[in-house]
Design a protein. Structure first.
Ligand SMILES: Nc1ncnc2c1ncn2[C@@H]1O[C@H](COP(=O)(O)OP(=O)(O)OP(=O)(O)O)[C@@H](O)[C@H]1O
Length: 287
């Protein structure tokens, strides 16, 4: 028989006193968190902010050429987990990550691994478009320059063009490459940030609510782009929009209070969720 606290957790998502004290044990994930062709493999990942545990033993794979969406109520740890995948949490004082995260079989938390080239291999697109205060050309050329990816100006020009083309922005900006990136519309700025990420040849692209600052038309363009990018990259996207998760992703992971509650084919998660908490969230009962 369930205890009162368990019933409360299942029905309201309320935290138990143990959870509030950061002592919770991870809940078993419903669904298969592995894939046959994993690009990244995360196992028993825990994240602590000082004494507070924000991610609670999460294991999941990100496959090649797939979009994985991460959904869940505010504060459940989606962004925290996403930031583990390219060690962005390293920049936060008091943040500690345990467990293992492999990229192509290599432990990204290995002490000998330099996080700077890692962040080129696992690029990130943020909620708010954040172009550098430089020209459109320089926004895209900056990464390849610091990583020494091209040998001369002609190669750099070609890389800038191909990155802007992949981001679906070339035709809109080819005649004004020397103008400020910050002068573009919000949707164009986000695509410029995607071009900047692509320019350094990532294997994985992390997106943290990439459309939340965009209007519906710009959102539709970025969503279409995400679908196209899947043929070349692995993509993990945090989104508050279940419609967006359903439109762009092949697999969906549902987080709740730092636990990965359920993971599976996006269609299955939205049409026949197996866990009560997932069902409550997608039917709008909480969150
Ligand atoms: N820098 C930080 N220092 C301390 N606690 C943090 C920090 N960042 C996040 N947290 C805490 O970790 C937990 C998870 O937060 P996170 O931002 O990852 O959740 P989220 O699911 O992405 O939320 P949202 O959907 O609102 O963006 C929350 O309890 C939050 O307060």
């Amino acid at each position: 028989m369930s205890t009162v606290v368990e019933v409360m957790e299942k029905t309201t998502g309320a935290m138990s006193s143990a959870e509030l004290a950061g002592e919770q044990h991870s809940r078993a994930t419903v669904g298969d968190f592995t894939v046959a062709d994993a690009r990244m493999a995360c196992r028993e990942v825990e994240v602590w902010y000082g004494p507070k545990k924000a991610i609670n033993g999460v294991s999941l794979d990100i496959g090649k050429n797939e979009v994985l969406s991460m959904i869940g109520p505010s504060g459940c740890g989606k962004s925290t987990f996403l930031r583990c995948l390219n060690r962005m949490n390293d920049t936060i004082d008091g943040c500690r990550v345990t467990g293992s995260i492999l990229l192509d079989g290599q432990d990204i938390y290995d002490k000998s691994l330099d996080p700077v080239p890692l962040r080129a291999r696992v690029g990130m697109v943020f909620q708010k478009p954040n172009p550098f205060p430089k020209s459109i050309y320089e926004n895209v050329a900056y990464g390849p320059k610091i990583h020494g990816l091209t040998n001369n100006r002609a190669e750099l020009d070609a890389l800038v063009e191909s990155s802007l083309r992949k981001a679906g922005l070339w035709d809109e900006v080819k005649d004004r490459l020397d103008q400020a990136g910050t002068g573009l519309s919000g949707g164009q700025q986000q695509r410029l940030c995607i071009a900047r990420t692509i320019a350094v040849s990532p294997e994985v692209i992390l997106m943290d609510e990439p459309c939340s600052a965009l209007d519906p038309i710009a959102t539709a363009i970025v969503e279409e782009l995400i679908d196209e990018l899947r043929s070349q990259y692995s993509i993990a996207i945090v989104t508050h929009s279940m419609q967006q998760a359903a439109r762009v992703s092949q697999r969906t992971a549902y987080f709740h209070l730092g636990d990965l509650i359920e993971i599976g084919e996006t269609n299955d998660i939205f049409t026949s969720p197996k866990h009560r908490l997932t069902e409550d969230y997608i039917t709008g009962r909480f969150g």
